[in-house]
Design a protein around this ligand. Structure first.
Ligand SMILES: [Zn+2]
Length: 444
């Protein structure tokens, strides 16, 4: 009788000799671990080497799906020149895969690691997949090197997961992965896209000095952190956040210490771009809310400089929504909104440099009003009245500084009105905005 697992795992072992355990036939590869006495382990080790050699001679593809590996089995020293190694659904008790170099692609999809899975210093030169795999014991991927794409889609880590100093050179997916215990990504390097979409961090997750590539996307949307009601958190410390994608929903689960923030977060940069495949449609209110929540957190943490930055971006998102709403109308329609004027005059009360330029501009307008009025009175003439011009120029700072009886007052009503509006309304208002912006920026 062929092995009872032969049908389930693609018949690769159907020609193997079988042993009867409780009336059921098993090949040496699928023999349950409980029955693996030392004698069976020896046979397993010898047979697996043989099997790998046979596969290499045949087509280079080595299939060992569903095999039950004995305790402490090591890949070290095994022939490694297969073009693809398939270990889908395999069971490992304590797996010693440390320092092994896999030259070609490997699939651990659905594999179960019941004891310690030691992948420390492992080197995957080609794609590797741990999709739906389950690590019951401690998973050690410290200093592991993933030279191409790696997939941990829906992988479950029941115990501690350690990726300290690991390097991911290709695209990496931890989508829907479940970290039931602590996970350590300290000093891990992601050189391409890193996708943690909907990952579940039930234990403490640490991303200390983790390197995320600024030129790629690091997706942390929809992550779950901690059990309901607990305060488990995902910590980012000393990390550049340029490529990090998250919304206000995930923000609650994240803690940032000594991080490098970009001027514009990824979520904002993705607005209106269709080239970020993984983003879907990003809406302005979503970004506005993120900035608002970041501002609130910065205020709580007494980080007023950051609060100022987030306030500016929040209001800018609000203005963008108005612009979008008015897209079909005349461009002048934007000028009718208070938000636009607030942005234009002082950068939402956060940009003193902008406010001072506008203030200087208003001084210019005042001068133009005075000069216009004078020109209206005297008309264009080849012999200008220098006394009047001198008075007008003297009156200019006097108006600006609210002197009660300036040296020159326009004769025409329109000129008087324009000068009055400029000097008694616009300039004081703008001066107040400048002071406000200055205070907001430097009160900290
Ligand atoms: Zn079998």
């Amino acid at each position: 009788m062929p092995c009872c697992m032969s049908g389930k795992f693609g018949e690769w072992c159907k020609n193997e000799d079988t042993l009867k355990i409780s009336g059921i036939d098993y090949c040496i590869f699928h023999l349950p671990k409980d029955s693996n006495s030392k004698r069976y382990n020896k046979i397993f080790n010898a047979r697996i080497e043989q099997k790998i050699s046979e596969s290499i001679e045949l087509n280079g593809v080595c299939v060992l799906n569903g095999a039950d590996f004995p305790d402490g089995f090591s890949f070290l020293g095994l022939c490694n020149s297969f073009s693809h190694l398939s270990l889908c659904g395999c069971r490992f008790s304590n797996a010693n895969i440390s320092n092994v170099k896999f030259d070609n692609s490997v699939d651990f999809n659905g594999a179960i690691f019941q004891g310690i899975a030691d992948f420390s210093d492992v080197n995957f030169y080609d794609n590797v997949s741990f999709m739906d795999a389950k690590f019951v014991g401690y998973a050690d991927f410290s200093r592991a090197k993933f030279n191409k794409d790696s997939r941990f889609y829906k992988t479950v880590f029941e115990n501690e997961a350690n990726f300290w100093l690991a390097t991911f050179m290709g695209n990496t997916s931890f989508e829907f992965a479940k970290f039931k215990n602590t996970s350590d990504f300290s000093e891990t390097e992601f050189q391409s896209d890193a996708n943690f979409f909907a990952a579940n961090f039930i234990g403490w997750a640490s991303f200390c000095k983790t390197i995320f590539s600024d030129n790629f996307a690091t997706d942390f949307r929809d992550i779950v952190a901690g059990l309901t009601g607990s305060n488990q958190i995902v910590l980012f410390s000393g990390v550049s956040l340029k490529s990090l994608i998250f919304t206000s929903i995930e923000l609650e689960k994240m803690l940032f210490k000594y991080c490098i923030w970009p001027d514009r977060l990824f979520l904002e940069r993705a607005l209106g771009h269709t080239n970020y495949e993984l983003m879907g449609e990003v809406e302005y209110p979503e970004v506005e809310e993120l900035y608002r929540n970041l501002k609130q957190r910065a205020v709580t943490e007494q980080d007023m400089t950051k609060a100022s930055d987030w306030h500016y971006r929040e209001k800018l998102m609000c203005l963008e929504q108005i612009r979008r709403h008015n897209a079909g109308c005349s461009r002048w329609r934007n000028l009718l909104t208070v938000t636009w004027w607030y942005w234009f005059s002082s950068g939402f009360g956060e940009r003193p440099d902008r406010a001072v330029w506008v203030l200087l501009g208003l001084f210019g307008v005042l001068l133009a009003c005075l000069a216009g009025s004078l020109l209206f009175e005297t008309g264009l003439t080849s012999t200008p009245d220098w006394t009047k011009i001198k008075d007008m120029l003297l009156a200019w700072p006097q108006y600006a500084l609210f002197v009660s009886q300036p040296a020159y007052t326009p004769v025409c009503h329109l000129g008087r009105f324009a000068v009055l509006v400029c000097s008694k309304l616009l300039i004081p208002l703008q001066a107040a905005l400048f002071v406000l912006a200055l205070r907001n920026r430097f009160r900290r």
